[in-house]
Design a protein around this ligand. Structure first.
Ligand SMILES: NC(=O)C1=CN([C@@H]2O[C@H](COP(=O)(O)OP(=O)(O)OC[C@H]3O[C@@H](n4cnc5c(N)ncnc54)[C@H](OP(=O)(O)O)[C@@H]3O)[C@@H](O)[C@H]2O)C=CC1
Ligand SMILES: Nc1nc(=O)c2c([nH]1)NC[C@@H]1CN(c3ccc(C(=O)N[C@@H](CCC(=O)O)C(=O)O)cc3)C=[N+]21
Length: 299
């Protein structure tokens, strides 16, 4: 049976380091890290994530602001808010919750965020830095960065020669994940909806990352014995066994089957999700350190 990677516990370690870094920055430099989270519209799932980000930011001792805008907000008004946040010295990190309503071009919004405050790591400048290995000044997207910390706990920092398969090629998860694994010296394959014989490809993986958005798609016999399995998927599915109308969260990996083969595996919930929030806090405190002209803290 696989070791279960406790993402919640690792996330707490990250958050406790963020707290002490924030306290030190305040004591020595009089600077309080500031995080602004912007949400447009009232998608209940997004509301939950946004409020947990705000709560965590306060727990870290940050200045935390949330802008909740109505669904009919224009692109122009949202750009104006981003402009204000870009020039606000109390704010070191800006996160615009995705997805945005259809009448807003999310690409334009992301590129309007100052790269120095882009704690999501979605701006072209940060994508380019990750792609070219300028990791000293880059912001790396929170979910892949958090997944890497989990992989390091199992395999160490140098992953030389290991075969990594990333299923999913989104800009938010799959592509940055593949770049991080490459930077750590893995041999990386990115799979997607046009990939031929996905089960056989997955079986070649020492490190298997699933970021697809399809509940329990990756089966147990696709997992190489001893592999490290990182399940990024968050899928809400019906759970009639818990009562009528109830639901539960499952990942992209069929956990019980996969755990029989894997060496280590992340659960859903309690795996990558908590790491995403922790890395958002880490990126924000890093931004405040860089802004103050200090050395970049490591995690
Ligand atoms: N834990 C966390 O903090 C986070 C979790 N998530 C979760 O991770 C999952 C992925 O998110 P995201 O990357 O944004 O999703 P996207 O929908 O943007 O990307 C999904 C990817 O999966 C690929 N795919 C779809 N179907 C198949 C298939 N049958 N076989 C192989 N590949 C397939 C798609 O391929 P193609 O490109 O060819 O269409 C695409 O590249 C979701 O469940 C999401 O909720 C996301 C962000 C954060
Ligand atoms: N600009 C932007 N940046 C994001 O990082 C971003 C986003 N938009 N839009 C939505 C996705 C999704 N996402 C998650 C964060 C935390 C959990 C998380 O904490 N999950 C808990 C469970 C939470 C629950 O019970 O619902 C867990 O897996 O244990 C999940 C998903 C960030 N995203």
């Amino acid at each position: 049976m696989a070791d279960i990677i406790d993402g919640k516990a690792v996330a707490e370690d990250v958050v406790s380091r963020v707290k002490s870094l924030a306290a030190e920055l305040k004591a020595k430099n009089g600077v309080v890290p500031g995080l602004a989270v912007v949400i447009v519209g009232e998608d209940p799932a997004s509301q939950v994530y946004v409020s947990s980000k705000g709560k965590k930011a306060k727990e870290c001792g940050f200045h935390s602001v949330q802008h909740t805008l109505p669904a009919e907000t224009t692109e122009r008004d949202l750009l104006k808010l981003i402009d204000e946040l870009n020039s606000d010295d109390a704010i070191h990190g800006i996160l615009v919750q995705l997805p945005l309503p259809k009448h807003i071009d999310s690409g334009r919004i992301i590129q309007a965020i100052s790269p120095e405050k882009d704690v999501d790591g979605f701006h072209f400048v940060n994508v380019g830095k990750l792609g070219t290995g300028e990791l000293e000044t880059a912001f790396v997207p929170c979910t892949p960065a958090g997944s890497m910390l989990l992989i390091e706990r199992v395999r160490g920092k140098d992953l030389s020669g290991l075969n990594a398969v990333v299923v999913g090629r989104s800009n938010i998860v799959g592509k940055p994940m593949a770049n991080l694994l490459l930077a750590a010296n893995c041999t990386v394959t990115i799979a997607h909806s046009r990939t031929k014989d996905l089960p056989a490809l997955c079986r070649t993986a020492d490190i298997l990352v699933a970021a697809v958005g399809r509940p329990e798609m990756i089966k147990g016999d696709w997992v190489n014995p001893g592999a490290t399995v990182i399940d990024v998927g968050i899928n809400r599915v019906p759970a009639p066994e818990k009562g009528e109308g109830k639901g539960k969260l499952v990942g992209d990996v069929a956990f019980d089957e996969a755990a029989k083969n894997a060496g280590a595996i992340t659960p859903v919930p309690g795996g990558v999700g908590p790491m995403t929030i922790a890395l958002l806090m880490a990126n924000t405190v890093v931004s405040a350190y860089l802004r103050a002209g200090l050395a970049r803290p490591t995690f």
